[in-house]
Design a protein around this ligand. Sequence first.
Ligand code: ADP
Length: 488
Amino acid sequence: MNSKATLMNSMRARLTFWYTGVLALVLLLFAFSTYLYLARASRQRTDDSLSDTASSFISSFNSELSDEHQPADEAIREASRNFHFRDRQVIVFDDRRNLVVASDIGEKMPFGNGWFALPEAQPQLASLLDAASRGGRAYATLFDSKNALRVLAVAVPAGQHSYLFVVANPLQEQEKALGQARKAFYVAIPLALLLTSLGGYLLARKSLAPVVTMGERAARIGASNLNERIPVPQNNNELGRLALIFNQLLARLDRSFAQQKRFMADASHELRTPVAVICGESEVALSKKTRDDTEYRESLAIVNDEGQRLTRMVEDLFTLARADAGEYPLVLTDFYLDESMNECVRSVRSLATQKELEISYQQPAKEIPFRGDEPLVRRMVLNLLHNAIKYTPKGGQVRVSVNENRQHCEVTIRDTGPGIPREAQPHIFDRFFRVDKARSRDESLNGSGAGLGLSIAKWVAELHGGGIRLNHSDAGGTTFVITLPVRA
Ligand code: ADP
């Protein structure tokens, strides 16, 4: 049996165990309280009935006493003769605890009619009579549960004397009924537990069956078949939702794997071109025994350019890889955004002049304090500025402005270049995306020309809690807007 099956088995067993355990507790509590209730109700009934008997007997005695004017002892005996006791015995003691009369109820008393004379009955009976003498009446249960007797003693004054009327009721019947109730519980509770644990186990098995199937399918999914999904149970319960969430996770993994694969493929493709140029150029240079200086210089210049492009591309790739891994060592400092933008514009001014472009910077009304990674923020703006210069033809203009409102500040970079084709616009922030691969490789500019500049700019903006958007692009030019949150 594999570990998954063991796990499911133990889960089923644990569910069943807890289910049965809780039920057992509930049933035991129920049985216990029901039994207690039954016992108390039965005792109460017996006590009420003993009290009724005592009252009837006492009133019979009183009427004998008043009607016939006979001595009290005789009246008691007379009352006992007239009174018919089927299942209980009446015993009367005088105030010196001498027996006056004891009725006969045959075999029903556990130790016979004379039980009250038994030595083992004496201590309990004496204390009952004492209690009745003191308080008027008292109840007690005598002997063990098998031969139990419920006894009521009532003190009855009669002239100079006082009598103790005792009514005793054997509890066999009640004990029998309670015994039957106990037996019913002994049988019913284990049976109920057995059936519920069996039912619980089957229920747990049925409910966990989809989990087993889902687990088996999930175990078969790996990097090579991330497009597979686990089955979603029909009904929209917790398991269905779990399966959906798991499938969504798989879809995300699938997408990110595909993205990684594409990134690797694109990166190696992009790296191959400069490497091929370097190899080709050096081979050509070496193919002839002798070459003049100019030829060597030309070849070395090409090798150097491509080497530099390779370095920039590797740097860009490294930045994106660290960004993806969330490992970029961000260094936050306080600086003025407007000042930083001004410096960026200044640093590309000579490039723009070389290309005969006019570049301008419109300063904001007041200084804009900002907290962020200044080199990264500059890199973002420079990427956009290099693109603007790279793609704008001779005689064009590049304008940079910075504006601020209460929530954020905006850096706008506008050029008078040819614009980005409408169908390419949604993809320009994608990695390795270039509209025109040849045009993109302008050696005079920073950036690898591998289509990574805008992806890096977007990442930097988002890293600082802002964003970047292509505001407008047509044949008249392109406008990018960077939005950054202002410092509170
Ligand atoms: P690259 O390194 O190729 O410039 P980017 O990610 O910076 O890569 O830009 C992606 C593509 O978007 C570019 O190849 C270019 O086609 C287009 N692009 C970006 N900025 C401009 C712009 N200012 N004018 C025209 N096209 C642009």
